[in-house]
Design a protein around this ligand. Sequence first.
Ligand SMILES: Nc1ncnc2c1ncn2[C@@H]1O[C@H](COP(=O)(O)OP(=O)(O)O)[C@@H](O)[C@H]1O
Ligand SMILES: [Mg+2]
Length: 341
Amino acid sequence: MTDKQHLTTLLATVIADSIQDYAIFLLDAEGNILTWNKGAAAIQGYTADEVIGKPVSIFYTASDNQKGEPSRHLEEARLGGSQSSEGWRVRKDGARFWANSLLAAIYDDNRQLKGFVAITRTSEELRQLASHLQNVREEERAAMAREIHDELGQQLTGIKMDLSWISGKWKRPPEDPLQQKITGTLAMLDNTIRTVRRIATQLRPSVLDDLGLIAALEWQSQEFATRSGIDTHFQSTLPDLNFDARASIGLFRICQESLTNVARHSGAKNVWISLDRVGENLLLTILDDGRGLSRIVRTNTLGLLGMEERAMMMGGSLEIKNSPYGGVAVEATVPLATTIY
Ligand SMILES: Nc1ncnc2c1ncn2[C@@H]1O[C@H](COP(=O)(O)OP(=O)(O)O)[C@@H](O)[C@H]1O
Ligand SMILES: [Mg+2]
């Protein structure tokens, strides 16, 4: 090694070690760990001795490993030069943390792959903030729904009762212009009351608080069928469980957004919604028989991102894919531990 090379290597080590907010390490071409910095030790919880020589897949969750995510990430970095991802990673003690990761391929002069540089940063604070904002939003919606329903709804009903009373006293033939105005205004009031109820229910379906998640999903299915004309089938093999309020609203909103997508994009005749227990998880599936995803949809459009976000807030995950039966399947998987008390 020349002096210059030696100095460069030394510099790289010093830099890597002085950065503690990032895990920075090298992988060989097969994805096995070659080096380890202080940041990596702090973030991932392993000492250098414990990880050097191990495959990078040890940092991924079991479900990501099952899906072959680690090799897919390496492959994408190999082909494209770099790959960035966001997702759950696992610490030595088994705890999960939310991470932004970058994998950059290193090639030699002959374009042969030598290995990868991996840089990982936790975005726990951002995640918590996003999750907090989402909760605040739901609480505000609930408060607004109550206000609209109780105050505005009552006042409109009051006006309607007064006008009905006037109409009763007035007693003119139907063709009398003033009588026609009163009848017209009463009809308009009925409409307004219905609209107010609908807005309040969209903001916060009271059935969710009153009857629980399963009844609320059932109610949502019926509502959707009536409004969209799409045959909507709901089934659940679950017994009545005590769902956590935040988990209930999360799953309810995922279903709501999925159904909106079915109505908007799928052209489906049928949609099947199911909520079941699979091992230690709850699985919510929304499956349609429409045209399916026209192209590979990356989960960066707002609707899909929102659903994914909701699932992640519950420590779970969300998948959207073309189903083997045609149409789109949205699958939200959340650990029972975070949804039931
Ligand atoms: N059930 C579905 N059937 C067909 N395409 C769908 C379905 N759901 C989502 N998509 C596709 O995925 C895209 C992203 O969905 P989304 O993030 O909710 O955005 P938006 O509904 O605002 O277009 C949609 O624009 C559509 O192309
Ligand atoms: Mg949408």
